[in-house]
Design a protein around this ligand. Structure first.
Ligand code: ADP
Ligand code: ASP
Ligand code: MG
Length: 404
């Protein structure tokens, strides 16, 4: 008898038929004698429409109330999933994140899990019930409902699996597993049998949103081995764990594409100590996440600093930066949106050379211009015009022979 945490994403619970499908699958595991905790997302599209609704009422909704609102999406599907199981004769009970003992810290809409005390979850499991837990939410020290950031039902599942010391954690979604690239963009992408935490984390952070990045971080920290698979078929999925077979031999594991990027250039920055600190402290205080940073070689005492960020943060970043540009005596602030970040990821890069050259050549052959470049031990990223993103992903995927 195993304790299994399963998570079903938005598409998998997207309508009543699909919720019944989830219930059928869960019922099968239950009948085999496994103990089950089932984390569910809101129905696909619901979180987005709740955000839109809030904005129709208030242009910049207060974050506490937004959390209160968004949490209802997951609450709806937990209740419906519990009902679907009960209708099939399986004892089931739904819990909000707070009832499941998820305590958070930090700011609303991007709260972090501080700890989980799954006392009630254990009690209901001991009573033979399937426990359905609302993904993406918790409760802070004050007792207010918080949400954990977009896509964070994955995080709820992984953290629950860690807290309960579950035997297995399964992430059920609308694809068969983690692919070498988003199969919606690169049609000949291949399913990856096993992937390491580090590779999954990089891919997730760089735009492969099949897993939420923070959930992979938590999985790595608590050594939660998880499986990504489809809720629509029985195909084997992808196993994500510390080490995979032939880890070093696979040079590039996957290609990720992140849309909705923007860049800001601070032109004519005096080349003095403290200037970069001032710029990036201001951005941090404005809660703007910065990604790639490039500083040019200084000429005649001034330099340019360019960085990328999410397009949604561009207006806020510009507003925060305007006074700083004046204060540090920079010449001007330029910004551009409509850019994408393309990355190749693989642990094997540590011990292989020529990866960057191959990437640049593939883009050059396709006449795609590279704007910015950044590298780390296991990834290389470039930014390109958003319109070139999908083609760039396809040619790079092919250049590294990932379809084979
Ligand atoms: P869920 O609602 O189940 O959480 P998501 O939409 O968050 O599902 O994640 C699944 C989607 O992730 C897929 O439909 C796919 O288009 C996208 N995706 C992006 N990159 C990858 C990848 N490398 N492998 C598989 N799917 C990917
Ligand atoms: N419903 C939330 C979202 O759309 C959380 C999730 O689906 O994982 O971001
Ligand atoms: Mg998701």
């Amino acid at each position: 008898m195993s304790l299994i945490v399963q998570k079903y994403g938005g598409t998998s619970v997207g309508n009543p038929e699909r919720i019944k499908n989830v219930a059928r699958r869960v019922a099968e595991w239950h009948r085999k004698g496994d103990r089950l905790v089932v984390v569910v997302s809101a129905m696909s599209g619901v979180t987005d429409s709740l955000i839109k609704l809030a904005k129709e009422i208030m242009a910049e909704p207060t974050e506490r109330e937004l959390d209160m609102l968004l949490a209802t999406g997951e609450q709806t599907t937990t209740a419906l999933t519990a009902m679907a199981l009960q209708a099939a004769g399986i004892p089931a009970i739904s819990l909000t994140g707070a009832q499941a003992g998820i305590v958070t810290e930090g700011i609303h809409t991007k709260a972090r899990i501080a700890n989980i005390t799954p006392k009630r979850v254990r009690e209901y499991l001991n009573q033979g019930k399937v426990v359905i837990v609302a993904g993406f939410q918790g409760q802070n020290e004050e007792g207010s409902i918080t949400t954990l950031g977009r896509g964070a039902s994955d995080l709820t599942a992984i953290a629950m699996a860690a807290a309960l010391k579950a035997d297995l954690c399964q992430i059920y979604t609308d694809v068969d597993g983690v692919y070498t690239a988003d199969p919606r963009i690169v049609t000949d992408a291949r399913k990856i049998e096993e992937i390491s935490y580090d590779e999954m984390l990089e891919m997730a952070s760089l735009g492969s949103k099949v897993m939420q990045a923070r959930s992979v971080e938590v999985a790595k920290k608590f050594k939660v081995i998880f499986e990504v698979r489809s809720s629509f078929n029985e195909n084997p999925g992808t196993i994500c764990k510390e080490e995979t077979k032939n880890m070093e031999h696979v040079v590039v594991r996957g290609v990720s594409l992140e849309k909705n990027q923007a860049k800001i250039t601070v032109v004519g920055v005096p080349d003095q100590p403290g200037v970069a600190a001032k710029i990036f402290t201001t951005l941090a205080e404005a809660q703007v996440n910065i990604d790639m940073i490039v500083q040019n070689v200084s000429e005649q005492g001034t330099t340019d600093i360019t960085f990328t960020l999410n397009k949604d943060d561009l207006a806020r970043a510009r507003r925060a930066m305007d006074p700083v540009v004046k204060a540090v005596g920079a010449r001007e602030l330029r910004s551009q949106d409509g850019i994408s970040k393309l990355s190749v990821v693989g642990i094997g890069m540590r011990s292989h050379s020529g990866v960057a050259a191959k990437l640049f050549q593939a883009l050059s052959d396709a006449r795609i211009n590279i704007q910015m470049i950044s590298t780390s031990e296991i990834k290389i990223s470039v930014t390109v015009e958003e319109a070139n993103g999908p083609d760039a992903a396809r040619v790079v995927h092919q250049a590294f022979g990932l379809e084979k």
